[in-house]
Design a protein around this ligand. Structure first.
Ligand code: 1CP
Length: 345
């Protein structure tokens, strides 16, 4: 099937489809028993990320169940710091741990010259997927946006207040910008290789963009994203880029217009009527069911899905969650969601 006929890519090109394409952030993962089995087979989460055959397998698992309109490469945003030389571990049930870089002196530990040695297996996964996914399914490559990846590099783990990175960024903007520059360059190279291996669309995850001040958001979210998008578009003008600036609120318009992304992913808190009247005029939007509804399921979930479809379904739109699916999600609720959306007129 020519790729422009894939429903997901048609919506990204600006077409309004009667039944919106659907995929879910973290659609491969711990809520699926077959994922847990494959992760055990791989040995650990990171072993799974760097095992092309098994990473390909877990990417395909949700497609077999739900026939989503897009597959997303199975990997993690933190392979970039690891490829740059920062030590990374995932302890079972605890989330990521990195040896933190608290100030500019720590940047000497990073080396951009050899990232592809670490990341080679990820490109191999993309290439396997490109052959393995169904003809109507689009293949999404991804990376974390520089600010969000930097939060883990500086904090050393997930954070609640992001005090260390805000102190670094606000107190030594010149030094911090060197870290962002390294991430812009590494992320560009990484994504160009994903596209060369067969990714048809790129999503940039800016999960923690919402913790920044106004100036900070422009300097550390919008500007680095704009540079990455420009770098990608210079080589692949036709590969669409989705930006997901979680918590961006009133910055969404500037984010869309200044970064050059083709589409914007919405978190669950964004008022949809405002989106329909302001943001969706500028390009396709994606989102934004609160993943908690996938745990509760039932009529409440379907009423919320109905509300989203009613407000956003009259313009270019891709159905998704407002954040990643959680491990507690009953798989049958995902089936209910997909069936409901596909039963639209
Ligand atoms: O034990 C396990 O199996 C690990 C759980 C897990 C999974 C399934 C992690 C650890 N990462 C992933 C895969 C993953 N991560 C994908 C794969 C593709 C898919 O969507 O199916 C993607 C796109 C990500 C992206 C990612 N990783 C983000 C951005 C999106 C988001 O959810 O906000 C972030 C912030 C991460 C970091 C990360 N990796 C894993 C965890 C538990 C975390 C979050 C840590 C924290 O709480 O801050």
């Amino acid at each position: 099937m020519p790729s422009e006929q894939k429903r997901f890519l048609r919506a990204l090109a600006g077409e309004t489809l009667a039944i919106p394409p659907i995929w879910l952030m973290r659609q491969a993962g711990r809520y699926l028993p077959e994922y847990r089995a494959t992760r055990t087979e791989a040995g650990s989460f990171l072993d799974l990320c760097y095992n092309p055959k098994l990473a390909c397998e877990v990417t395909l698992q949700p497609l077999r169940r739900y026939d989503f309109d897009a597959a997303i490469l199975f990997s993690d945003i933190l392979v970039i710091p690891q490829a740059l030389g920062q030590e990374l571990a995932f302890k079972q049930g605890e989330g990521p741990q990195l040896d933190p870089i608290r100030d500019a002196s720590g940047l000497s530990r990073l080396n951009i010259d050899k990232i592809h040695e670490t990341l080679g297996p990820v490109y191999e996964t993309v290439s396997l997927l490109s052959d393995a996914i169904p003809a109507h399914t689009a293949l999404i490559g991804f990376a974390g946006a520089p600010w969000t990846v930097a939060t883990y590099m500086v904090e050393g783990k997930g954070s609640k207040d992001f005090a260390n990175i805000r102190r670094f960024a606000y107190g030594d903007p010149e030094g911090f910008s060197k870290l962002i520059d390294i991430l812009v360059e590494a992320t560009t190279q990484y994504l160009l290789r994903q596209v060369a291996a067969g990714a048809e669309c790129i999503q940039l995850f800016e999960t923690w963009g919402g913790v920044l001040s106004e100036n900070g958001f422009h300097r550390w979210v919008i500007e680095p994203t704009r540079r990455i998008v420009a770098n990608l578009k210079a080589v692949h003008p036709d590969v669409p880029v989705i930006g997901f600036p979680r918590g961006a609120g009133l910055h969404l318009i500037d984010f869309k217009t200044l970064t050059g992304v083709d589409a914007v992913g919405l978190d669950s808190g964004v008022p949809l009527k405002w989106v329909a009247e302001n943001l969706q005029k500028l390009g396709p939007v994606q989102g934004n069911l609160d993943p908690m509804y996938l745990i509760t399921g039932g009529d409440e979930m379907l009423a919320e899905v109905r509300r989203i479809l009613d407000v956003l379904g009259n313009g270019p739109f891709i159905f998704n969650l407002g954040h990643g699916i959680t491990p507690e999600t009953p798989p049958e609720n995902v089936g209910l969601l997909v069936d409901y959306i596909r039963a639209q007129k």
